[in-house]
Write a protein that binds this ligand. Structure first.
Ligand code: SAH
Length: 367
């Protein structure tokens, strides 16, 4: 039995300071509580939830079955349009990249990927990122602030509205856009509960994946959550020196600490873990690295997703050759590791993994 370190309260810091929070930040039970607090019947909460997620209205005034006084109170207290679409780009393969402006002027990116099994959305959880991975574009300008849950939910709602015109739905979600979701844990969990709810967007937990760079204390917390979503960890190296060079977060949470927390996760959930392993030419892409990796993860029920490095102009990493990619994959398979190569999408519009960048200036239009 692996024991977890004592639970500590989780900070919910660097949140935006808006007079009117996003209505999409409220779960169904929050909306019911709000109705009661305003002296209305509890079921009014469910009505609001339905207007937001089934009818996807743009204005509180369209919530026809609510009393006028309640629509006015909502208008005065909450925002229903936290995101403005600034740019919508479509790639040759159908991938779409959206640049959204937040109410305080910052912009974020969200990607819609179209697969034969459905539509998947890659959401952003922070304006920028402070993790500092040496290959990633999202961390270049540092962290500006965390998103509130509603700003994450809204990314899905906006894209669902685009898909509504085609009679399609968002069927899966990956929390792999800009930011480190485990550094915005409270809002990320609230987001998950909202999009997962049967009466709302109803995105099944098994169709949602969260990816972390390895924030160990939050891995313990996540292991104890009662939610069956898929879990991915950006590992990128099985050796501390190499991992620290790629991901400075490894100084705070090294591979031993990370592995211990993942064993705890598996003990608690019995769920398979996905390891993301970026192949960086001449850094971590040789057969000996593959053998070291398989040795490290041999006791976990897991899967490795190989990502050939995507070009980021400010970063000098080079791509592993095709031959080396396949011999890495083969070595893993020979060692009994279940591994696949990530399919690339949206490369022509810079929507691939690691290429999203938060725009820093408030005036920035993103064009
Ligand atoms: N902060 C989270 C979520 C980002 S997910 C995390 O670190 O897991 C995006 C994935 O793309 C991560 O595995 C990340 O390490 C990887 N990535 C970032 N930049 C990349 C690049 N230039 N090429 C390939 N993969 C990259």
């Amino acid at each position: 039995m692996i024991q977890r370190p004592p639970k500590k309260p989780i900070k919910n810091n660097r949140q935006p300071d808006f007079d009117q929070p996003s209505i999409y930040s409220l779960s169904l039970s929050d909306l019911e509580d709000l109705a009661i607090q305003w002296g209305e019947d509890k079921y009014r909460g469910a009505q609001i939830f339905e207007w937001l997620y089934t009818h996807r209205v743009d204005s509180f005034q369209d919530m026809m079955n609510l009393p006028k006084s309640m629509r006015e109170a909502l208008d005065a207290s909450y925002s229903i349009d936290p995101l403005e679409t600034v740019v919508k780009q479509e790639s040759k393969d159908g991938t779409m990249k959206f640049l959204f402006r937040l109410r305080d002027g910052y912009t974020i990116e969200t990607v819609l990927m179209r697969h034969d099994y459905g539509n998947s959305v890659c959401v952003t959880t922070q304006v920028g990122c402070q993790i500092g991975c040496s290959f990633c574009a999202s961390t270049l300008g540092g962290l500006k602030r965390n998103l509130e849950a509603g700003e994450i939910v809204s990314q899905i709602v906006q894209i669902q509205k685009v898909l509504d015109d085609r009679d399609e739905r968002v069927s899966s979600v990956v929390i792999m856009g800009i930011g480190e979701p485990f550094e915005n844990y409270v809002q990320m969990m609230q987001f998950l509960r909202i999009i997962n709810h049967d009466d709302g967007l109803n995105i099944g937990a098994r169709h949602i994946t969260v990816s972390t760079s390895g924030i160990v204390p939050r891995i313990y917390d996540f292991a104890d959550e009662d939610i069956q979503i898929n879990f991915a960890v950006s590992l990128h190296a099985a050796d501390n020196d190499i991992r620290t060079r790629l991901m400075p977060i490894n100084r705070a949470y090294d591979i031993d600490k990370l592995m211990e927390s993942l064993k705890y996760y598996q003990q608690q959930t019995n769920r398979r873990i996905t390891f993301e392993y970026g192949l960086f030419g001449g850094v971590n892409d040789q057969p000996e690295h593959a053998r070291e990796l398989s040795e490290l993860i041999k006791d976990l029920k897991c899967h490795v997703n190989l990502i050939p490095v995507n070009h980021v102009p400010e970063r000098n990493y080079v791509r592993t050759s095709r031959d080396d990619i396949f011999s890495f994959l083969e070595t893993l398979n020979e060692c009994g590791v279940n591994a696949t190569l990530r399919r690339e999408q949206g490369t022509d519009i810079d929507a691939a993994c690691g290429q999203l960048r938060a725009k820093e200036s408030k005036q920035e239009t993103g064009e």
